[in-house]
Design a protein around this ligand. Structure first.
Ligand code: DSN
Length: 428
């Protein structure tokens, strides 16, 4: 007779836990049957999934390669060293730490390494496109540090360096953060670095959203002009969920100590191995084509939406995302999400700069192209999807029309499967 322990080791998930097995299947189906335009989501490859779901999850390895607190680290050392070496090469960095569990953990580690509680932090306002960890009061970053924010111009919705220089000269921040979660344009990292040099501030870039674009060389790489760069390995990058930090050699020891033991315990070795796989995948010509297509798709989506009288914040995009001000469409962010959900299009509501409505039901939505591009879609599909979105809003009270739109969405999903003949190249 099998013991419970043996059963736990040997039986498949659907035998051990049918509820979770069914939940995973349902989620897979949801991903397959929906057009997902959430700018921060993507589809990882079979190889990344395999590394992530591997026996490396069993290993404790506090410390860094060659300097661990546990025995038996030969193979996880190899995996982490490969990840570090590949990351440094890909982003032309002097030093890389691949252990942060997320982008937020990466940002926190930088602050812990380089700031004292009460030091001045200058980042982009959350409501103008920044991130919680750039000094929002809702996050530790706005409570342990004295945080100040900059926003975008009221007319153009663009970041204006003169304005940032003015604020920086006044408050003399210890650290300036550039980077955003819903800013659709390129950011002048070199201009920011000059301001930081002038005010004696450490300059950090959070490139979480654009990591993949940067890796492929289709978006400016801030590593050469910033003291510290944090990133995520999912989003555009198309690796496992996680964070990483790049820095100049002089900050390396402080950053490593802040990640471990300052903020985290045992590194997630299975995730680090999956990061290494994603770095290898990113170092190929086909990855560059993929990232170029993300941009082409975002531009096509933007152009088509503008043609349908959508009001795009900043009038377009240079990246993988568009931010739409819905006020002329007489629909709120919440209503837009709910309506599109009905036709199997998944998006997120988003505040727009100077939003007259609150964050709970903002005036905007954010759309991104990484996931649809992973499914093999091109600008022709983006144009059609823009029309489907517009029609959904215009025909919101006509259930028959909505059913027809949903049918077309289903057809597109079948034509460009998430888990077959796509980047995953297999039936996962
Ligand atoms: N939640 C991420 C995003 O969607 O942009 C940022 O952390």
């Amino acid at each position: 007779m099998k013991t419970i322990e043996m059963a736990m080791v040997g039986e498949p998930l659907n035998v051990i836990d049918p509820e979770i097995a069914a939940t995973l299947e349902e989620e897979k189906r949801r991903q397959q049957e929906n057009l997902i335009l959430i700018a921060s989501e993507n589809l990882v490859s079979r190889a990344v999934l395999e590394a992530q779901g591997s026996v490396l999850t069993n290993k404790y390895a506090e410390g860094y390669p060659g300097r661990r607190y546990y025995g038996g680290c030969t193979y996880v050392d190899r995996a982490e060293q490969l990840a570090i070496d590949r990351a440094k090469k890909l982003f032309c960095a002097e030093h890389a730490n691949v252990q942060p569990h997320s982008g937020t953990s990466a940002n926190m580690a930088v602050y812990l390494a380089l700031l004292k509680p009460g030091d001045r932090l200058l980042g982009m306002d959350l409501s103008h496109g920044g991130h919680l960890t750039h000094g929002s009061r809702a996050s530790i970053s706005g409570r342990y540090y004295k945080s100040y924010s900059y926003g975008v111009n009221r007319d153009t919705y663009l970041i204006e360096l003169d304005e940032i220089r003015k604020i920086a000269r006044e408050i003399k921040p210890h650290l300036i953060v550039a980077g955003a979660s819903s800013y659709p344009r390129r950011i002048d990292f070199v201009g920011f670095s000059e301001i930081a040099a002038e005010t004696g501030s450490i300059f950090m870039v959070d490139m979480a959203h654009t990591t993949g674009l940067v890796a492929a060389g289709v978006h400016p790489n801030p590593v050469s002009c910033a003291d510290i760069v944090t990133a995520t390995t999912h989003k555009t990058f198309r690796g496992p969920r996680g964070g990483m930090i790049f820095c100049r050699e002089k900050y390396a020891s402080a950053i490593d100590k802040a990640v471990f033991p300052g903020l985290q315990g045992g590194p997630l070795m299975h995730i680090i191995a999956a990061k290494a796989v994603a770095f290898k995948e990113a170092d190929t010509p086909s990855y560059k084509n993929y990232q170029e297509m993300i941009l082409a798709n975002a531009r096509a989506l933007a152009d088509a939406l503008i043609g349908l009288d959508f009001n795009l914040v900043t009038g377009g995009t240079d990246t993988h995302l568009v931010l739409i001000d819905l006020r002329n469409k007489k629909i709120s962010g919440n209503e837009a999400v709910e309506l599109l959900e009905k036709v199997n299009i998944t998006i997120n509501k988003n505040v727009i700069p100077y939003d007259p409505s609150g964050a709970n039901d903002p005036s905007g939505i954010r759309l991104g192209t990484p996931m649809l591009t992973s499914r093999g879609m091109h600008p022709a599909q983006m144009k059609e999807i823009a029309s489907l979105i517009n029609e959904t809003f215009e025909q919101r009270n006509d259930e028959n029309r909505l059913a027809i739109i949903k049918q077309r969405v289903n057809e597109l999903c079948r034509e460009f499967p998430a888990y077959k003949n796509s980047v995953n190249n297999g039936d996962i």
